[in-house]
Design a protein around this ligand. Structure first.
Ligand SMILES: [Zn+2]
Length: 366
């Protein structure tokens, strides 16, 4: 996701902040300053930092639960509606997705419970007066955590409640249909929220509605990509007219090939046509920095790379393309072609122009 700033790495997961989250926080801080001057702004900043910490903990509730089921997360992005943990795949069973989704709001409930114990008794009506400056910071934080838990459990995809809904639906309907229905409910909810915000004059609701709407559209889109790529074999989508670089090539020769093609990724092939590694444009540029044109280029190649077999489906390639710009397709020790992000993009273009298009190559009946 673009427009994000990396703040650090915890438990092997990068924590990133989306620019809109910062705008949201700045807006809250500014509003506090206007209302109560520098003291209120200071308190507000402390409060913002505390909420930020709770949202991160919420996300790690998802991430650490997911890890129990072999689903890893390389990064988490904080958005105004919470956060999005970038899970590398869907958990296999719907009940696993349900537990992963519910773990986040549960963290907020646990935090709220602990804070309420710390703060002593809680007065009634705390939830309605989150902006009341006379409330103690701890109680405000507890109330906000309860709000976060409740808000995230609204059954609108892609919020946690939507994921819970999807998981429950998937138990009967299968993942694809469940995703579509959950995304539609999410968008309908976003529209209703937007109307409510307009009618009753809550601009923040409009803001959230826009977010939910586009996030639901994004989720439906990625579900479409997932489904479409699952129907296409690697053999039918791979690039076959690929310039490769031979194992013994010099840096000078590699530069010539780089300039002669529009490729960004080059297979490094040995004398018997086997794939020995991949050279990306940046690697060749890095090799050039060394200064010796006649030095071998092979040491700059990525040697430990995943490969695909032609019979695998393209959705498998999608997971690997998240880590590298290209993946080699190999059968019987020989390189057949490359799958790149562009290959997937082209499949999607054809699919959206002609949903019934049959991808087949090599004389198979269409
Ligand atoms: Zn969550």
């Amino acid at each position: 996701m673009g427009w994000s700033i990396t703040v650090g790495r915890f438990f092997g997961t990068y924590v990133r902040i989306h620019i809109t989250f910062l705008i949201f926080l700045a807006w809250i801080g500014f509003a506090a300053y206007q209302r109560g001057g520098i003291e209120a702004a200071k308190q507000s900043v402390a409060f913002i930092v505390a909420i930020f910490a709770c949202v991160v903990l919420h996300e790690f509730g998802h991430i650490l639960t997911a890890r129990r089921y072999g689903v890893h997360s390389t990064q988490v992005t904080l958005l105004p509606i919470g956060g999005v943990a970038d899970l590398d795949k869907m958990p296999e069973k719907p009940y696993q997705e349900l537990l992963i989704a519910i773990a986040g709001p549960l963290v907020n409930i646990v935090i709220a419970a602990i804070l309420l114990v710390v703060a002593g008794a809680v007065e009634g009506g705390t939830l309605q007066h989150i902006e009341d400056p006379s409330l103690g910071l701890v109680e405000k934080l507890a109330a906000t955590n309860l709000f976060l838990a409740l808000f995230n459990m609204i059954p609108a995809f892609p919020m946690d409640g939507g994921r819970v809904l999807r998981a429950v639906l998937a138990m009967w309907l299968g993942t694809e249909k469940a995703t579509r229905i959950a995304a539609q409910i999410g968008q309908a909810f976003a529209l209703a929220l937007g109307f409510f915000g307009l009618l009753y004059g809550y601009p923040i609701l409009l803001f959230i509605a826009l977010f939910v709407y586009f996030a639901a559209a994004g989720e439906a889109q990625s579900s479409f990509v997932q489904q479409a790529t699952h129907e296409v074999r690697v053999a039918d989508a791979m690039e076959t007219r690929v310039a490769s670089i031979s194992r013994g090539a010099t840096i000078g020769e590699a530069v010539d090939i780089l300039l002669a093609t529009s490729q960004e990724s080059f297979p490094l092939v040995n004398a018997s046509g086997g794939l020995d590694g991949l050279l990306f444009r940046d690697d060749i540029v890095e090799a050039v920095r060394g200064g010796d044109n006649n030095a071998p280029v092979a040491p700059f190649a990525h040697r430990e790379i995943a490969t695909l077999s032609p019979e695998q489906t393209l959705d498998v390639a999608l997971q690997q393309l998240a880590k590298a710009p290209a993946v080699g397709v190999v059968a019987d020790g020989r390189l057949l072609g490359l799958v790149t992000r562009q290959s997937v993009a082209e499949v999607m273009l054809i699919k959206s122009a002609r949903p019934d298009w049959r991808f087949s190559r090599g004389g198979r009946a269409a």
